[in-house]
Design a protein around this ligand. Structure first.
Ligand SMILES: NC(=O)c1ccc[n+]([C@@H]2O[C@H](COP(=O)([O-])OP(=O)(O)OC[C@H]3O[C@@H](n4cnc5c(N)ncnc54)[C@H](O)[C@@H]3O)[C@@H](O)[C@H]2O)c1
Length: 272
């Protein structure tokens, strides 16, 4: 049984931990056990642990990485500069949800390769990465993501604050950002993981263009991907229901982390 450690007892961490706990009775069978939780908010971690049948230990990041066989990050981009080097130093496999924090850190990928550890990046809040990876075996000509987000999900983001954008005043859908996936990851650290996942799935020589559209009165995070190349053309639309615990996070993101864990512990793996 795979021993899992969790960094982050928030919206995603809670759903993931509950699924691992429930897996012992119902739901998708995942041959894994959550053995430790780490969070800068100890009270939140304690509360989550107390709701689980196995009562995982509340520990520091170092201890979690030391005891786990797979260290799951569901915290923040800001956590990665501490979490990833520590996991690499212990040769731990990792699952990363704050994907935007991986961009620009090709050194981590190189070290993981040298250390023989794996970095898993779940599809998160989008679909279609399987097809895009297959398509990337041939040549691609363009990759584009348009993300439509409720104003509430964009308020307070670095980009909106730095530019003093008054999103409350918008009366219709408005493109507030048009740039590269790398720029999107810096501009919207909490909501650009989809752009980052697409960036990682596509050959680095192909630019990934990202548009962010603010939707007044919107209730869903809607992502539209369009990729063209030798294989033909691929379009994917996902309309995501935001998680109740964190409106910036889509429920699908947590489900995708669970599906990745299930895939890891199963002998039959479907999809690219
Ligand atoms: N890959 C995707 O498609 C996708 C989709 C949604 C969210 N995410 C990302 O996943 C991460 C978790 O999302 P969430 O909705 O569960 O967030 P959340 O804010 O609900 O919970 C995050 C938890 O991590 C803790 N935390 C944050 N930084 C920490 C640090 N440096 N050290 C220790 N603990 C720390 C917080 O105290 C909190 O309990 C976020 O970075 C989010 O942007 C990824």
């Amino acid at each position: 049984m795979l021993k899992i450690g969790l960094l982050g007892a928030g919206a995603i961490g809670r759903i993931l931990a509950t699924a691992l706990d429930r897996g012992k009775s119902s739901g998708p069978h995942i041959d894994a056990e959550l053995i430790a939780i780490s969070d800068q908010d100890c009270e939140r971690a304690q509360q989550l642990s107390s709701q689980l049948s196995t009562h995982p230990a509340i520990v520091s990041i170092e201890e979690m990485i030391e005891h786990a066989e797979l260290a799951v990050e569901a915290a923040s981009q800001a956590a990665l500069p501490e979490f990833v080097p520590k996991a690499l130093a212990r040769r731990r496999d990792m699952l990363i949800m704050s994907v935007g924090g991986l961009l620009g850190h090709e050194d981590w990928f190189r070290q993981a390769n040298e250390q023989g550890c794996r970095i898993y990046v779940p599809s998160g809040a989008i679909a279609g990465l399987d097809g895009i990876k297959s398509a990337s075996i041939g040549s691609l000509t363009s990759a584009m993501l348009t993300s439509r987000k409720p104003v509430a999900a964009l308020q307070g983001s670095k980009y909106v604050v730095d530019r003093g954008l008054e999103l409350d005043r918008l009366t219709k859908e408005t493109v507030i950002f048009d740039g590269s996936a790398e720029e999107a990851a810096r501009a919207f650290p909490a909501t650009s993981n989809v752009a980052a996942s697409l960036r990682l799935a596509v050959d680095p020589s192909i630019p990934v263009q990202v548009r962010v559209v603010a939707v007044p009165g919107g209730t869903q995070n809607v992502h539209q991907i369009r990729v063209q190349g030798e294989f033909g053309c691929l379009s994917v639309d996902v309309e995501n229901v935001p998680s109740k615990a964190n409106p910036r996070t889509s429920q699908l993101a947590a489900f995708s982390a669970i599906a990745t864990l299930a895939n890891l512990t199963r002998s039959l793996r479907v999809g690219t």
